[in-house]
Design a protein around this ligand. Structure first.
Ligand code: FAD
Length: 501
């Protein structure tokens, strides 16, 4: 039922609609219940919850930061089987959270949102689903993720390939790779996990690489059952382990990226990665091809103890010639060679900072303002990564300048804390409309830009990295701040940075 404070002539279908059933949406739903806002609906376009972990089921899929950091702080999981848990455990953890916190009855699957329009007269959002239905809500939380929409390579002739084509994020488990000639395009974070898994099965694997990835040794290990039992019985023991893991992630991702000029942490890791490459790959020509020519940190690096040495196998070839086209028989490269294959795997990542992704539906704010056009004109920006002036009652989880490189869970909790503080304030003031001020937004944006000068992205030879971190404006819309600062800000930002009417 809608909050009585906002009932009346324009009672919406729901007080809040959360769009997206990944961990951001799940985290938002749990915290809305916690503040007593129970009239919400979570809509998810897919046929299951878990977001990235529902859709990414390719062989070898796993987290690439330690699992101890990759869970909600209020729902720690003593049952991770490894330091870097496999994807199916994350999917199971999502289901566990949904059941334990009683969310399932308020989740609607197979419900994609195509457009959202704010009605100034009623201060309500009108959401149009893919099926053409209209849902209304006082508040909208966009939790549609960033690495969500698979991107196929823009190569001429790709549709003409007569074998099977699949993207890593939509793995077809009905396709048997055994004994087949397989090609994989891309050598990013997903490719690095899938390549060592499938190489032993296939007749031949051709890996097409545009830009080599920086690979560090993976400090992974199975977590013995006895340790899991101890963690279960003494849950407080998980806390120091989690803190140690967070400190590791903070140092190697957050401080290394955003305080590059001051700390130069990255420079200590580059030789480690190069030594790892030397230890793992026998052939010097292949090794040279796998050596990044841009600085560590310019694009997402990863960890693996098996990826690099897969290139020692006789049935694996690394091709660095540019792809000129795809024909029915396979892939043609710039040297004129036709690489005949049966199966083509695109490990080509996702739409990231580009139009139509964040969020992936049309958003029309107050007085007809279009979100995408506003960002196109004024660069990606959102106050604390959450809200934009001109878009009342609309919040994003990890919008522009929200993500700092730490574990997503930590960041989701911060962003949701920001949102629930606003919603509680709106309730206290009996407000039907909550909107961040232009002044607060501009202040935050200026601060983000001023800090970006210290980031690794602008100081470590990133021009040749082909990094998806850079948007079309040349910005990297991350949050150059420590996790502690982001946490503190979410608790203390001035509630008067919003106008309540
Ligand atoms: C393979 C892979 C490995 C990763 N590993 C790590 C890691 O180790 N550590 C880390 O911190 N991060 C990792 N990430 C990043 C990961 O995206 C986040 O950690 C986290 O899962 C994001 O959660 P989310 O809910 O914000 O987004 P998502 O999990 O992407 O969920 C968004 C959901 O919104 C839905 N949706 C989108 N558009 C609509 C619409 N119009 N209408 C309705 N529903 C919609 C989608 O279907 C999806 O279910 C990884 C990502 C991938 C893809």
């Amino acid at each position: 039922m809608a909050n009585p404070a906002v009932r009346g002539e324009h009672a919406p279908d729901h007080e809040v609609i959360i769009i997206g059933g990944g961990f951001s949406g799940i985290g938002a739903a749990i915290k809305l219940d916690e503040i007593g806002m129970r009239d919400y609906l979570l809509v998810e376009q897919g046929d299951g919850i878990g977001g990235a972990w529902h859709f990414n089921t390719y062989p070898g899929v796993a987290v690439d930061i330690p699992s101890l950091s990759y869970s909600f702080s209020f729902e720690r999981n003593p049952e991770w089987s490894r330091v870097f848990a496999p994807g199916k455990e994350l999917k199971a953890y999502a289901e566990h959270c949904v059941d334990k916190y009683g969310l399932r009855s308020r989740i609607r699957l197979n419900t994609g949102i195509r457009a959202a329009r704010f009605d100034d007269a009623s201060s309500l959002w009108h959401l149009t689903t893919e099926a053409g239905e209209t849902l209304t809500a006082r508040f909208v939380i966009g939790a549609t993720g960033v690495l969500t929409q698979p991107k196929l390579p823009d190569i001429p002739g790709i549709a003409s390939f007569r074998g099977t084509t699949m993207h890593t994020a939509r793995w077809d488990h009905g396709v048997d790779l055994r004994g087949k000639r397989v090609a994989i395009i891309g050598t990013g974070a997903s490719a690095l996990q899938v390549i060592p898994e499938i190489a032993p099965e296939v007749a031949h694997l051709t890996v097409f690489q545009r830009t080599p990835i920086w690979v560090l040794p993976k400090p992974d290990a199975a977590i013995p059952g006895a340790v899991q039992q101890v963690m279960k019985r003494l849950p407080w023991l998980q806390l120091p382990a989690r803190l140690a893991s967070q400190a590791f992630v903070e140092t190697t991702f957050v401080l290394a990226a955003h305080y590059y000029r001051q700390l130069r942490i990255v420079k200590a890791f580059e030789p480690v990665a190069l030594k790892h490459l030397e230890n793992q790959v026998r052939d010097p020509v292949t090794r040279a091809k796998l050596t990044p020519r841009y600085g560590l940190g310019c694009k997402r690096p990863s960890v693996s103890n098996t990826y690099l040495k897969t290139f020692n196998r006789d049935n694996v070839a690394l091709v660095t010639e540019g792809i000129t086209g795809i024909v029915p028989e396979g892939v043609r490269t710039a040297d004129g060679v036709l690489h005949a294959i049966d199966i083509l795997i695109c490990a080509t990542g996702f739409k990231v900072f580009e139009s139509g992704n964040m969020p992936p539906f049309q958003v029309t704010g107050s007085q007809g303002r279009d979100l995408e056009s506003w960002w196109d004109a004024e660069r990606y920006q959102a106050y604390e990564g959450v809200s934009m002036p001109g878009f009342p009652n609309f919040f994003l989880i990890l919008g522009p300048n929200g993500y700092n490189g730490a574990s997503y869970f930590q960041l989701i909790e911060q962003q949701v804390r920001h949102i629930t503080r606003c919603l509680k304030q709106a309730r206290t003031r009996k407000a039907r409309r909550v909107e961040v001020t232009r002044e607060a937004n501009d202040r935050y944006f200026r601060d983000m830009k001023a800090r970006s000068g210290s980031q690794v992205f602008f100081n470590n030879g990133c021009a040749s990295a082909n990094s998806y971190y850079f948007d079309k404006h040349g910005d990297v819309p991350f949050r150059p701040a420590t996790s502690l600062e982001a946490h503190w800000r979410s608790m203390t930002f001035d509630l008067n940075d919003y106008v309540y009417r």
